[in-house]
Structure formats: structure tokens, C-alpha cells
Design a binder for this molecule. Structure first.
Ligand code: CO8
Length: 257
């Protein structure tokens, strides 16, 4: 299942995408992004998988887009290639996605983490958008995701200065979910993934859609979607199972149907 720039693993109900370009700190070239997005879509379609985990190694999650590949681009090559279009497909993944970040998550690497639903960071993780120092700017959603997470003023300060943000600062501003010791990042991410994998998959999916609507839509529309999804959850076997298990004082066993 491995590809040139990623390793693909499965542990129980968790699908794992491990970046595999260590010599370049997992800098994201276009093929690597294709492989990552292709695998995300494939896990999303795979009934055995309930949660998807993305990770790098102990040095880096990913140190950005591949500068070597990008440096000779022109507005026209970018316009025709449209390398960011594929990133939108990450936002279409229905299952929970978790980024486990050790070391650097910079530029496109930070954007990839921000495309995930949850982010676990090592105490020594560094998040940032150094694009300004290269004379460019974030292009794969960074200005949008960071601003939604921390507000306009702080987002502008970080993206203008291009300095790395510590894990503590990222946690403080609501950019990441949890911090753990570097050697525990994978373990904590797996623990969280396994916990989510035991929840009712249809509930998780309907909740994800409704929570993202809170960012993208006016409250009135978001509430309509929430209500529809609540009603929809009653079409599932898992709703019967969850409520029956409560009555019988036992743990539910959710099937995702
Ligand atoms: N692209 C290409 N190669 C890289 C990148 C990168 N982004 N980052 C690191 N590398 C390479 C280095 O060139 C080096 O290669 P070599 O050994 O052949 O010289 C190797 O990885 C190890 O890096 P360093 O020797 O520099 O390691 P240090 O520990 O000294 O420094 C840093 C680590 C601080 C992370 C440093 O490597 C660095 O500053 N990297 C660049 C970070 C950066 O500017 N990222 C933003 C890139 S622009 C971007 O992401 C635009 C986003 C657009 C959307 C994404 C579309 C895919």
C-alpha cells in the first residue's frame, strides 16, 4: 500500500498516513500531496477505517511546500496547474482526521495540519507561515484557517512576521487541541483516534458537517443543517443501539450503519 512519499498503515480501525520524505523534512512536492489526498479519499471510502491519522517523524510533520519544485513557477504555470485545487478535497473527507505534529509544521505543512479536524502537538513542535520571508504568502488555506482559529489581529501578526509559533502559543490561541511530550505524540494521537473509532461513525460524520457549517454559514442556516442531521441520525441502527445500550446499562457496539 506504500507509495513513493508516504507510508500507509492500518492499526485496528485507524488508517495512518505517515509522510516519508525525511531528508527534505517531508517538504510537500506535488506528487506527495497527490499521494496524501488520494490515500485520504481511499481511507474515507474504506468501511474498515473509522478515523484517519496523519504524521511525519520526530523532526518534522512537514516543513512546507517543496521550495525547489516551486521556485521557477510563474503565475501562468500556477494558473494552469492549479496545485491548490486538490487541497479542497481534504475538506470533503467525512471521517475524523487527526494531525500528530512533532517538530516543524511550516507553510504548506502547517496548512495540511490545519486541514485536519484535530491537531496534537509535541511540546517542541513549531507551527508557522514563513512564506513572507520567501517573498510569497500562504496559498493552501493558511490565511483562512488561522484567522478562523485565532482572530484577525493575531493571525496577521503571525503571518506578517513569519515567525514560528510554539506549541504552547498554538494551544493558547486554539490552533491545536493538545500538547504532549515529543515521545508521546503518536501514542496520544492513537489513543484519541481509538477513542473516536469507538463512537458512532454516523454521529461523528453528521457532527463534523454541522460544526464546519458553523464556520461557513450564518447561524440560522447552520441550525437548519444541525436539525436535519439530528433527524437523520435517527435513521441509523446505531441510534437504536446507543439508546438500547443505555437502557440495558451496557456499552454500545456501534456498526456505522
Ligand atoms: N522545501 C524544500 N526543501 C526543504 C524544505 C522545503 N520547504 N524545508 C527543508 N528542506 C530541506 C533542506 O533544503 C535540507 O535539504 P539538504 O539537506 O539537501 O540541504 C533538508 O530539508 C534539511 O533542512 P535544513 O538543513 O534546512 O534543516 P534545519 O534543521 O537547519 O532547518 C527548517 C529546518 C527551519 C525547517 C528549514 O529547513 C527551513 O526553513 N525550511 C523551509 C521552511 C519554509 O520556508 N517553508 C515554507 C515553504 S513555502 C510554502 O509552504 C508555501 C505553501 C503553499 C501551499 C503548499 C502547496 C504544496
Amino acid at each position: 500500500m506504500n507509495k513513493e512519499f508516504i507510508k500507509v498503515l492500518q492499526e485496528g480501525k485507524v488508517g495512518i498516513i505517515q509522510f516519508n520524505r525525511p531528508k527534505a523534512l517531508h517538504a510537500l512536492n506535488r506528487q506527495m500531496v497527490d499521494e496524501i489526498v488520494g490515500q485520504l479519499k481511499s481511507f474515507d471510502q474504506d468501511d474498515r477505517i473509522r478515523v484517519i491519522l496523519l504524521m511525519g517523524d520526530e523532526r518534522a510533520f512537514a516543513a512546507g511546500a517543496d521550495i525547489d519544485e516551486m521556485m521557477d513557477d510563474t503565475p501562468l504555470t500556477l494558473e494552469f496547474l492549479d496545485p491548490f485545487a486538490i487541497w479542497d478535497e481534504i475538506s470533503n473527507v467525512k471521517k475524523p482526521t487527526i494531525a500528530a505534529v512533532n517538530g516543524f509544521a511550516l507553510g504548506g505543512g502547517f496548512e495540511l495540519a490545519l486541514h485536519c479536524d484535530l491537531i496534537i502537538g509535541a511540546e517542541n513542535a513549531q507551527f508557522g507561515f514563513p512564506e513572507v520571508k520567501l517573498g510569497v504568502m500562504p496559498g493552501a488555506g493558511g490565511t483562512q484557517f488561522l484567522t478562523k482559529a485565532m482572530g484577525r489581529r493575531k493571525a496577521l501578526e503571525w503571518i506578517w512576521l513569519g515567525e514560528p509559533m510554539s506549541a504552547q502559543e498554538a494551544l493558547h490561541y486554539g490552533v491545536i487541541n493538545r500538547i504532549v511530550a515529543p515521545e508521546l505524540v503518536e501514542e496520544e494521537a492513537m489513543r484519541l483516534a481509538n477513542q473516536l473509532a469507538e463512537q458512532a461513525p454516523i454521529s461523528l460524520r453528521l457532527i463534523k458537517e454541522a460544526v464546519y457549517a458553523a464556520e461557513d454559514q450564518p447561524v440560522r442556516e447552520g441550525k437548519k443543517l444541525e436539525r436535519k442531521n439530528f433527524y437523520l441520525s435517527f435513521a441509523s441502527h446505531d441510534q437504536k443501539e446507543g439508546m438500547q445500550a443505555f437502557k440495558e446499562k451496557r456499552l454500545p457496539s456501534f456498526k456505522g450503519v
